[in-house]
Write a protein that binds this ligand. Structure first.
Ligand code: ADP
Ligand code: MG
Length: 677
């Protein structure tokens, strides 16, 4: 019934039905669940509480016969006075000449419009004779377009509710409604469109917020469970003894958080399920060390490992540090876009013959002609930079390898639950002991000289500095010019004892490597760079990070950049140079100076920039909820997640009759037919 076309609704013709399609409204159900995008609350307030320039509603008695004047072509202005609490207020109405004869002295009128508190005047956009039924009225506002006007849409919805809402079945079990104190579906639906008061509206919204979250979480959990079931037979039988020996090679003891994460990963490797795990941890929290141990575990099981990173610089850095960690325990090779021809063939042949145990590289790792002998574990670093496509291609390589995604951008819990709800998550929320907090300062561009002085002082003490220029737009030539200009400026400013280097995306990888090497060996003391150094670069002797035009970066990105320093035992500094114009911009700089905690920052970033921006793309896998708001309704999200987990874990959809309607609903939505990646 509800799935039939909207043309079945009284008063909705073929033409209007077609127009509704532009709003994705096809069935009666679509129309019923086309909720208002917001609500205007109309409330009659005493005059002294009205705010200048607000849209207000007032009620009064007409004092005089309205006077009408014409101007321009066909334009008119109607003015009259109304009395409210013994005060005369002037009402002005444009282009409604017809109202002149409707308004008689002594009539009670309700006027809505823009309030001018200085002139005691209202510019009326809406009027109604008589009083409002209630002193507060909530008007739903729908987003409409083209031929679908609010008026027609509301009428159609009203009709649909009258004739069809009794077909709307409850999908949640009764005890849940009772314990959460939420209204039944049909009633909540009516309230969303025709709210009687704020309290009822609040509960209706609460209901649909929970419902949306629960359905979404159920979908994820169902997928996850099926994913586990189809990917059995994926056991990595690693050698515990050898692994322990490897762990003991490291010059430090793992933090508790590292040890726990490693254990979780090892359990996944051992289990027949395919690992799909996210390893989160702030910059420098020691993720790479954990990943190396997991990779080695795979190697001891005679499986191959792969480490995939977003840039060539990082790939080169990683292979270097992995080779140091492994010594001759594993053959490690590099595969990037710049490895071509004969060299590339060589690597590929060795890979197929199992003479390479760990392959490190960029996207080049997932090209068609790359064949592993037996790929057991793939580690993807900074996974938010990889698109869904790459993830899929990677997953399809080899024999369903276990996959570990690592990210140093702490993902707010809210987003982790929604965007990555189908993953297991390990968190390294503890820094290795003895790290000094980075001191962060925010300063304006006109104090740049002082910043340069600050750098010289520290360089004289043997330390090094980064100076980062933002990319205005990737592949834009001008932005590199910025870095080049700054570089020239510094070369002229500093004496020869302070060597300045330049790094940007247009250098060849040999040139980049050269620059990085010089910096790592302290042949260059000040490195001017675009954001190519953002992720993973490790030069412990660098103690100063200066970020030029810092307002152009997101908080998470600033935090990433800041993480390039504070890697040694000396006190490190981050200096943000920014003249933000907006309050949000200032707020962001302030937050940076106040916390070093990546999770706090990412939550703040999410609030300031919204989820769409968080991953730098709109295609972040975060669903568009109609009613729910991930940030404000966070508690509901957690509840829904726990409930969904219980329902799926204990098979309640099938086994408990009270979930029958929910099960049917999900079936109708095609949730059980979804194709797996
Ligand atoms: P991440 O990959 O999370 O940014 P890394 O694994 O690169 O962090 O570690 C950052 C630095 O800290 C490296 O120099 C590493 O050797 C060191 N490190 C890692 N774990 C520990 C630990 N438990 N104790 C002391 N130092 C550690
Ligand atoms: Mg790292």
């Amino acid at each position: 019934m509800l799935e039939s076309s909207v043309v079945n609704i009284k008063g909705v013709g073929e033409k209007f039905a077609e127009a509704l399609q532009s709003l994705n409204i096809i069935t009666i159900s679509d129309l019923l669940f086309y909720f208002p995008s917001r609500y205007d609350v109309i409330e009659i307030l005493p005059l002294e509480e009205l705010i200048h320039e607000d849209r207000v509603t007032i009620e009064g008695r007409v004092l005089n016969t309205p006077s009408l004047s014409f101007y321009g072509r066909k334009k008119s202005r109607l003015t009259f006075n109304v009395e409210i609490d013994n005060i005369a207020v002037k009402a002005v109405m444009f282009n409604r000449a017809f109202a002149k004869n409707q308004l008689k002295i002594g009539d009670v009128v309700t006027l809505t419009g823009k309030w001018d508190a200085h002139r005691l005047q209202i510019t009326v956009s809406n009027y109604q004779k008589g009083s409002m039924e209630n002193s507060t009225e909530i008007q739903p506002i729908y987003s409409v377009r083209g031929e679908v006007t609010s008026f027609r849409l509301k009428k159609a919805i009203q009709q649909a509710i009258q004739d069809y809402s009794h077909f709307v079945e409850e999908i949640l079990p009764e005890d849940m409604l009772l314990s959460y104190k939420i209204p039944i579906r049909k009633d909540a639906l009516k309230t969303m469109h025709f709210p009687e008061n704020r309290i009822l509206l609040k509960h209706a919204r609460r209901r649909f917020t929970y419902e949306e979250f629960l359905l979404f979480q159920l979908k994820i959990q169902i997928l996850r469970k099926r994913n586990r079931e189809v990917s059995l037979g994926n056991v990595v039988k690693f050698d515990t003894e050898k692994l322990h020996q490897f762990i003991n090679r490291f010059p430090f003891k793992l933090t508790n958080a590292q040890a726990k994460s490693l254990q979780q990963i090892l359990n996944d490797l051992k289990s027949p399920y395919r690992m799909n795990r996210l390893l989160q941890g702030d910059v420098g929290s020691g993720k790479t060390a954990v990943a190396a141990m997991a990779l080695y575990a795979a190697v001891t099981a005679n499986k191959q490992g792969a480490l995939m990173v977003p840039t060539e610089i990082l790939a080169e850095q990683h292979i270097q540090s992995l080779r140091e960690m492994f010594g001759d325990l594993a053959q490690i090779e590099l595969l990037t876009g710049s490895i071509k021809g004969k060299r590339r063939k060589e690597v590929l042949t060795k890979l197929e013959n199992n003479d390479v145990h760990i392959l490190v590289g960029t996207h080049a790792l997932i090209q068609d002609d790359v064949h592993f002998h037996d790929l057991g574990l793939v580690v993807v670093d900074e996974q938010h930079r990889f698109g869904v496509e790459q993830r899929r291609a990677l997953s399809n390589k080899g024999l369903q390898p276990d996959v570990l995604f690592m990210t140093a951008t702490p993902i707010p819990r809210t987003l982790a639950i929604t965007a990555f709800g189908d993953m297991d998550v390990s968190v390294i929320d503890e820094m290795p002991a003895g790290r000094k907090e980075i001191e962060t300062y925010w300063t304006k561009a006109n104090t740049f000289d002082r910043v340069l002085n600050f750098i010289s002082k520290h360089v004289e003490q043997g330390e090094q500095a980064y100076l980062i220029c933002p990319l205005i737009e990737e592949s834009d030539k001008l932005d590199i010019q910025d870095a080049v200009d700054l570089y020239n400026q510094l070369v002229a400013y500093y004496p020869p004892s302070i060597q300045v280097g330049l790094m940007h995306g247009r250098l060849s990888s040999a040139e980049k490597e050269e620059v990085m090497k010089d910096f790592a060996e302290n042949k260059v003391q000040v490195l001017v760079s675009t954001t190519v150094v953002e992720v993973g670069v490790n030069v412990p002797n660098a103690t100063i990070m200066v970020i030029y035009d810092a307002e152009r970066f997101g908080l998470s990105q600033l935090h990433q950049l800041r993480g390039r320093v504070g890697r040694g035992d000396k006190q490190s500094y981050c200096i943000l140079i920014a003249d933000p114009k907006s309050d949000t911009g200032k707020e962001r700089m302030r937050i940076m100076t106040e916390t070093n905690n990546g999770f706090e920052l990412s939550e703040a970033d999410l609030k300031l920039r919204g989820p769409g921006d968080f991953f730098g793309t709109k295609q972040s896998g975060v669903p568009d909820f109609k009613v729910a708001d991930m940030i404000h309704d966070y508690r509901a999200l957690e509840t829904a997640r726990t409930d969904a987990q219980e329902i799926i874990e204990f098979n309640l959809l099938e086994s408990d009759p009270k979930y029958k309607n929910l099960q049917l609903f999900l079936e109708n939505e095609g949730v059980f037919d979804t194709v797996l990646d």
